[in-house]
Write a protein that binds this ligand. Structure first.
Ligand code: AHM
Ligand code: MG
Length: 338
């Protein structure tokens, strides 16, 4: 479990951390470091706008709906545009996809293209913006599959297990960027005075079993018998005489961040209204699954790893059980038995 910053982590910037890891990879070109710098820049810009949202007059809804049929907030659009603008010119990407865009986002012809694919949810939990609850940005990076100047949808429709990196930024009581490139999960806290992310959570490990469950219980009437029994089990005192505690923010980034640091399980099960689950595989579930597994935890869609699910469409949804490995295994066991 994360126990706080140590003196050895002080003063290490996100850029230096990624650069040092890249230097250890033979043949690395610096592309990955460059892409990350641009993502970090976007995170700082989004953070600045989130922090002053009321003052800047960007709270509220635009009146439009996005491809998921949900109301789009002004900050959603801002965050989406900032991310696209920050990364499109770097020459590291061949294509992008966003939760806010129906189709792929091509790299404009005037810019060079590169070997990576970036997918993101620019502002996750956006229904929480107007009530000052934590929100976040989630991202997922793959290597391209296609050849040719521009990438296409096929480059985006890859299994989570093929991700080269994934991460999120939480705009919470502080702003923290958490990423994995396969070797450990690391968190960096933004120092607003200098505008730099500094290593604050080195090598995060999820406890193998936690004490918190996180699920929208208002959906109980829509759940299968198995899901109901699993949640009932959470509320039944265990051998230590205590049940699990319930925590549900309703922002995946916030609920996942807590789960990563403290252990336990977050779930968004399939239900009668959302038979495939609610969360999007490419922009939400797969990147969080990579982070969970890299921290020693697990992520399941009920019977198999989320990382193994093969996407067939950009906005595909998937049920999600994620967190401490024993808690996720217990959920899988109950779902299998019922
Ligand atoms: P968003 O990406 O449109 O903000 O929606 C995804 C959010 C997640 O952050 C969160 O886990 C979930 O939707 C909450 O859904 P619900 O309100 O149904 O509990
Ligand atoms: Mg989202």
């Amino acid at each position: 479990m994360y126990t706080g910053p140590t003196s050895t982590t002080q003063g290490i910037t996100l850029e230096r951390h990624i650069l040092e890891r890249q230097l250890s990879i033979p043949g690395a070109t610096g592309d990955f470091t460059g892409l990350f710098q641009q993502i970090a820049l976007a995170a700082k810009l989004i953070n600045s706008r989130v922090r002053s949202a009321g003052l800047a007059g960007v709270l509220g809804l635009t009146g439009d709906t996005n491809v998921q049929g949900e109301e789009v907030t002004k900050l959603d659009i801002f965050a989406n545009n900032v991310l696209v603008r920050s990364v499109e010119a770097g020459g590291h990407l061949c294509v992008m996809a966003s939760e806010e865009n129906e189709g792929i986002i091509p790299i404009p012809d005037r810019f060079a293209t590169g070997k990576y694919v970036l997918m993101f949810d620019p502002l996750d939990g956006s229904s929480n913006i107007d009530v000052d609850i934590n929100i976040g940005t989630i991202f997922s990076i793959h290597r391209r599959l296609t050849t040719g100047r521009h990438g296409g949808e096929a480059d985006c429709l890859q299994r989570g297990a093929s991700q080269v990196a994934a991460g999120y930024v939480i705009y919470g009581s502080s702003t923290v960027l958490v990423y994995t490139a396969g070797q450990g999960v690391h968190g960096f806290t933004l120092d607003p005075a200098v505008g730099e992310f500094f290593l604050s959570h080195e090598n995060i490990r999820i406890p193998t079993k936690g004490k918190i469950y996180s699920v929208n219980e208002g959906n109980t009437y829509l759940w299968s018998e198995g899901v109901r029994r699993w949640v009932e089990g959470m509320k039944t005192p265990g051998p230590d005489g205590k049940p699990y505690s319930a925590r549900y923010v309703g922002s995946l980034v916030a609920d996942f961040h807590r789960t990563l640091l403290k252990g336990g399980v977050f779930a968004y099960p399939a239900d009668q209204k959302n038979p495939q689950g609610k969360l999007r595989l490419l922009y939400e579930a797969a990147p969080m699954a990579m982070l969970a597994e890299a921290a020693g935890g697990a992520a399941s869609e009920g019977s198999r790893r989320v990382m193994e699910v093969v996407p067939t469409s950009l906005h595909q949804r998937v049920p999600l059980y994620i967190g401490s490995s024993e808690d996720v295994a217990a959920a899988e066991r109950l779902l299998r038995e019922t």
